[in-house]
Design a protein around this ligand. Structure first.
Ligand code: FE2
Length: 147
């Protein structure tokens, strides 16, 4: 029986190591960004399962001329609550063709869900996307009209 102890210890250690590798050192299964399933971004017109949450999730786009380009501000009127947590994880800006113009990662401890992007040229259309950690990805778009 004593001869089997090292083998038994080895099996237990291997099992523990396998658990750590599969769940991560914190014991929780890591969730990658791609784990979130959503066919297309929610909008004011199509809020998916989150009707009533539009005003706090649809990104607001404002812009002003800056030299030959544009200064764009994207704001989401959403709480940044690190305790729940419930917050906006990122804000992205694209042109009308889906080309990424800017990206800002946010943390739950940030004071507000806002991002400012300085563009060197003026696109015809701006599309803003944001990701709420609970309510998914939301989108808003606007044509750029300068006076
Ligand atoms: Fe939310």
């Amino acid at each position: 029986m004593k001869r089997n102890v090292p083998i038994l210890v080895s099996i237990i250690l291997a099992g523990v190591a396998l658990m750590v590798v599969s769940t991560g050192p914190g014991g929780k299964t890591a969730r990658a960004e791609g784990d979130y399933k959503q066919d297309k971004p929610y909008t004011r017109e199509n809020p998916g399962p989150w009707a009533g949450a539009e005003s706090s999730h649809v990104p607001q786009i404002t812009y002003e001329k800056m030299g030959k380009g544009l200064m764009v501000t994207v704001k989401v009127n959403h709480p940044m609550d690190p305790k729940k947590p419930h917050y906006i994880m990122w804000i992205k800006l694209e042109d009308g063709h889906g080309k990424l113009l800017g990206n800002k990662e946010l943390m739950a401890t940030d004071p507000a869900a806002t991002a400012t992007f300085e563009l060197a040229s003026v696109p015809g259309k701006l599309k803003a996307l944001q990701r709420c950690n609970i309510h998914g990805i939301w989108m808003n778009e606007t044509d750029v009209k300068l006076k």
